[in-house]
Ligand binder design. Structure first.
Ligand code: FAD
Ligand code: NAP
Length: 572
């Protein structure tokens, strides 16, 4: 394959950002796993491409989230690219679920191995993208002054790439060090002997808290909503396990692609079972598949339920399908879950503070941990239950609640992200007739398959809202989207079309379908407030954003649509 970017066509705006609009076939925004793979596939097709990335290197999530304890919650043998057998065979993971530094090294290795950096402009944020109806092209602008014209614009901007900094009164006045888990500094701060506070007990907080407790002098956890978290069971990856995976990768990858969550977990090395039976994927995947077990918790006698929790610990709830669908079964599971917390946490008051009561199990994303509850038995860790003593303000010296002031040297915000729509809504993005995305999405995101939006021709999203994305092993869903987009570009080239966009009625039907699937699950229970619903961000429309019907089923639908001549899309 020739390298088209070395032809005169491939103006390099990075060389001289002010030289006037450069012309490429495709602009890709973001150089996480999605943007890197998209670039690879575009180049393979002989297309010219420019990738813009706000960070100084590849890796996306794993570049920005360097907080202590950060690691993936999907086995790394499965949370890795499958597109290149050589890469799959060569890379060695050291742990079942690798930590952030190892995943970032992997991303860097991929960039080197496929010589990707050459076409990525780092430290550059795309600020605007406008569809030019006359020229049938996107005009993309960056904060470094680039102006690029491209037929295709691919948004690989990430579902969880815009940190949410809550508007806490007095936050700006804090005189100590303020950190956000989603923007952790490259140089690890020395916390030895310091008084550290953490706000937020979602996945990031739960991963960081046990490690921060080991490093800090004193750790105070300011908790608004207690979390339901289950032990990760992480461990070093045995050489024999890795070898067996590698020997069986083609079969395992195929099963991943047909599973509900894009990963198999403990089932991966078991003999193949029918695809519909797979997908619970062990630790984190239960919610997306609606629970793996066939038996209901309510089918068991009370002593059998207790025995299940005694045997499997707090994660036992994932074995029962009715916990995901029936409020009564859910509350039974919640009570057994709370009992598990009381068993682990010695101080009764602290245990009570850690018990979730306001929302059901399986309403938020599953969280897994390493010694989270045990951490509250340490003498240097204190829980401040903001339900009992709400946060009043951040002061120069610390955090004041209705119970008094806690003095702090460091305040860590583990307060999450403006998820799924945040990165796109921060770009000045206009479609046909200058229609702004922010208007189109005012009442929640509207897409067809999470891949395209009406009136935004030739713009594709990788893992856009309306696709399984965050409910799946995201590398698997990234590969599926990138491959689908690449095949669509091939189809358009072969059929002489130059634009592609969804028909309004296809968008309407897809949005209705996505909503319908989520209705009646714990995800949309009235007491559930989650980032899936946008409810962590003030003013954001309350709409369940990901597709909950299962990755395998979604993938099948995308394939059928392509095979039917891109049914629901308008090719012109
Ligand atoms: P990202 O990795 O978010 O990359 C997007 C990139 O786009 C970023 O680097 C960003 O800087 C850049 N960007 C955005 N807007 C612009 C702009 N306007 N201009 C220029 N650049 C821009 N998923 C799993 O499946 N399993 C896990 O175990 C898992 N663990 C996670 C742990 C953490 C702490 C977080 C935050 C997420 C986790 N995820 C996990 C989800 C994770 O985001 C995906 O798995 C995956 O890494 C997403 O890749 P991406 O390329 O789509 O997006
Ligand atoms: P999150 O799940 O949204 O959690 C944010 C936490 O901050 C919540 O406890 C929230 O409380 C709290 N919070 C927010 N605003 C607050 C305020 N004003 N006052 C007090 N508390 C406040 O964010 P996250 O933990 O960063 O995780 C986001 C997603 O990233 C995860 O769901 C997951 O998809 C991914 N992730 C994965 C892993 C992994 O295990 N691999 C690790 C980290 C992140 P409320 O609940 O009350 O709003």
């Amino acid at each position: 394959m020739t390298d088209p970017t070395s032809t005169p066509n491939a103006a390099d705006p990075a060389a001289d950002p002010f030289a006037g609009p450069a012309v490429v076939d495709a602009v890709v925004v973001g150089a996480g796993f999605a943007g890197m793979y998209m670039l690879y596939r575009l180049r393979e097709r002989g297309l010219t491409a420019m990738v813009f990335e706000a960070g100084t290197d590849v890796g996306g999530t794993w570049y920005w989230n360097r907080y202590p304890g950060a690691r993936c919650d999907v086995p790394s043998m499965e949370y890795s690219y499958s597109f290149d057998p050589g890469l799959e065979q060569d890379w060695e993971w050291t742990e079942l679920m690798a930590a952030q530094p190892e995943i970032l090294s992997y991303a860097r290795h991929v960039a080197d191995r496929f010589d990707l950096r050459r076409h990525i402009t780092f430290e550059t944020r795309v600020t605007a993208a406008h569809w030019d109806d006359e020229r049938q092209r996107w005009r993309v602008r960056t904060d470094a002054g680039h102006e690029v014209e491209a037929r295709w614009c691919i948004m690989a901007t990430g579902c969880l790439s815009v940190p949410n900094t809550p508007d806490l009164p007095g936050l700006d006045s804090f005189a100590g060090t303020l950190l956000h888990t989603g923007r952790w500094p490259k140089e690890e701060p020395d916390l030895t002997g310091l008084r550290v506070g953490v706000v937020g007990t979602g996945s990031s907080g739960v991963q960081a808290i046990p490690v921060l407790a080991e490093r800090a002098g004193q750790l105070t956890v300011f908790q608004r909503s207690p979390v339901y978290t289950v032990p990760a069971g992480n461990k070093p990856l045995r050489a024999e396990t890795a070898a067996e995976f590698k020997a069986r990768y083609p079969e395992i990858r195929e099963r991943q692609r047909n599973s509900a969550t894009g990963f198999l977990g403990p089932l991966a090395l078991k003999e193949s079972r029918p695809a519909r039976a797979e997908g619970e994927g062990g630790t984190g995947g239960g919610a997306s598949s609606g629970g793996g077990g066939r038996k209901g918790l309510l089918d068991l006698a009370p002593d059998e339920r207790e025995a299940a929790f005694d045997r499997f610990g707090p994660g036992a709830y994932q074995r029962f399908r009715d916990v995901y669908l029936d409020p009564e079964a859910n509350e039974v599971a919640c009570e057994l879950f709370r009992r598990e917390i009381r068993k682990i946490v010695h101080d009764a008051d602290t245990a009570a503070g850690l018990e979730p009561r306001e929302y059901p199990l399986a309403c938020k994303r599953p969280v897994i941990d390493t010694h989270y509850y045990e951490t509250f038995n340490r003498p240097n860790v204190e829980l401040v239950d903001l339900r009992r003593s709400p946060l009043v303000e951040v002061t120069p010296a610390g955090v004041r609640t209705t119970d008094g002031e806690v003095a702090l040297d460091v305040l860590v915000l583990a307060t999450g992200f403006d998820a799924m729509t945040g990165a796109l809504s921060r770009i000045e993005l206009t479609g046909r007739a200058g229609r702004p995305l922010t208007d189109v999405w005012a009442d929640g995101p509207r897409t067809y398959l999470g891949l395209q939006m009406e009136d935004f021709p030739n713009l594709f999203m990788v893992n856009g809202p309306g696709s399984p994305s965050v409910l799946s092993n995201m590398i698997v869903s990234i590969e599926q989207h990138v491959e689908w987009i690449a095949a669509a570009l091939d189809h358009l080239a072969a059929s002489g079309h130059t634009t592609m966009e969804p028909a309004p009625e296809a968008v309407e039907a897809w949005v209705a379908h996505v909503n319908e699937l989520a209705e009646g699950t714990m995800y949309t229970a009235p007491s559930c407030n989650s980032w899936y619903l946008g409810s962590n961000i003030e003013g954001k429309a309350r709409v369940f954003m990901p597709y909950v019907g299962g990755f395998g089923r979604y993938r099948q639908r995308c394939t059928e649509i392509a095979e039917a001549g891109y049914d629901g899309f308008v090719l012109a």
